[in-house]
Design a binder for this molecule. Structure first.
Ligand SMILES: Nc1ncnc2c1ncn2[C@@H]1O[C@H](COP(=O)(O)OS(=O)(=O)O)[C@@H](OP(=O)(O)O)[C@H]1O
Length: 368
């Protein structure tokens, strides 16, 4: 056998090649792992979401619609529990009232998402949630449960973004939403008019003094250390000067805000619902609202059951024996006792605004 020097000289090359191959395999394996990990990241997010809502994967709009911090005004513009659509206390899992879930009345092919034809534009703490939930009993109304805040906080997202938030409707059904801050936001009337000059506007109004206390009570429930209602009410207590820059006071100057709306809409397109009567005689107030919306009177006294312990009407389904459904704990909070002199001073302050408001609307709400 012939000895080959060539054979000896190729051995180191083979070794180097072998090491190179192993390193290359390791490198490819590591690369594969990295790509594999990043592709699983979104599905982790979906899993987390789907454990809470098995019907729908996480969507971009879920992250954008209610940014964590919406706070602007330390004392009043805090993100409200109601913004998320704080519904009925006892109907968790009750599909009959849950229009957003897509479970009740499964959509058929003819359903589409439309921009709202009617909007509850205010006022904060007026009883807007109760009104929206009462309206949702009507078969010809579909409403988004959460407050979209499109015309005041999300306008730059565009009308398509807004339309996407709406529930699907069939021909002849009305689309609605409620965002109580619209009534007091200067830019909103013009923006709603630009969407549709025919939009019907509903305002639930309540005695401005009680409304201010309700507003303060809500803020204090989240920030217990805020100053007293009395001290926030006055700009200068010795001069007896009311602080009109405090939004709890400012929102109740209804006549001022209404003037802004009347620059864009005729009075006939606005309906003022009494927050007080929505509690004492909900069926009558609902008859007015349904008439204004051009709908059959479907929601009637049969749907309401007054709960004496809560002091509010709750909803019942006339056709069933199930327990009436009441609004959740964030509605009907106990108000703090306010010094009677401060109440009296606020009453004097609001008197001219109320008088003007009664005159403008042609309706005495009986707050004075
Ligand atoms: N049926 C029924 N059940 C419970 N609560 C009712 C009802 N009807 C009207 N109200 C009154 O609604 C007040 C809250 O108003 P809003 O829903 O407009 O508040 S919010 O602006 O959306 O946070 C809330 O105010 P507070 O009592 O001050 O909490 C209620 O008085």
């Amino acid at each position: 056998m012939e000895y080959s020097p060539h054979c000896h000289s190729t051995q180191p090359v083979k070794n180097t090649l072998f090491v190179f191959c192993i390193m290359l395999s390791l490198w490819v394996y590591m690369l594969y792992c990295c790509v594999g990990y990043s592709s699983t990241t979104p599905s982790f997010m979906m899993e987390e979401r789907s454990s809470r809502n098995p019907l729908r994967p996480l969507q971009k709009q879920d992250l954008e619609m209610f940014p964590k911090s919406q706070s602007r005004d330390l004392l009043n513009n805090e993100s409200d529990a109601d913004s998320k659509g704080d519904g009925w206390e006892e109907n968790k899992g009750d599909v009959a009232y849950d229009q957003d879930s897509g479970v009740a009345g499964a959509p058929n092919g003819s359903e589409t998402k439309k921009l709202p034809q009617a909007i509850i534009i205010g006022v904060k703490k007026g009883g807007t949630r109760a009104l929206l939930e009462f309206l949702r009993l009507h078969p010809d109304i579909r409403a988004v449960g959460a407050e979209p805040h499109f015309f005041d906080r999300n306008y730059e997202k565009g009308l398509e973004w807004y339309r996407e938030l709406m529930p699907k409707t069939e021909e002849g059904q009305l689309t609605m939403e409620k965002t109580p801050s619209y009534f007091v936001t200067k830019e909103v009337p013009g923006r709603i008019h630009a969407m549709s000059k025919d939009t019907k506007l509903i305002v639930v109004v309540r005695d401005p003094v009680t409304r201010a206390i309700s507003d303060y009570t809500q803020t204090r429930s989240k920030k217990p250390d805020i100053p007293s209602f009395e001290s926030l009410t006055f700009r200068n207590i010795t001069a007896n000067l009311i602080d009109t820059s405090w939004s709890a006071v400012q929102i109740g100057m209804y006549a001022r805000h209404l003037e802004q709306w009347l620059q864009f809409f005729p009075m006939s397109q606005l309906l003022f619902v009494s927050g007080e009567r929505l509690i004492s005689d909900p069926a009558r107030e609902m008859a007015r609202v349904q008439h204004f919306l051009g709908l059959r009177r479907e929601v009637t006294h049969k749907h309401f059951h007054f709960n004496p312990a809560k002091g509010f009407p709750c909803l019942k389904r006339p056709e069933s024996n199930s327990k009436p459904h009441c609004l959740g704990k964030t509605k009907g909070r106990t108000h703090p006792n306010i010094h009677p002199d401060v109440i009296q001073r606020l009453r004097e302050f609001y008197k001219p605004f109320n008088k003007k408001f009664y005159h403008m609307t042609g309706h005495d709400f009986g707050w004075d």
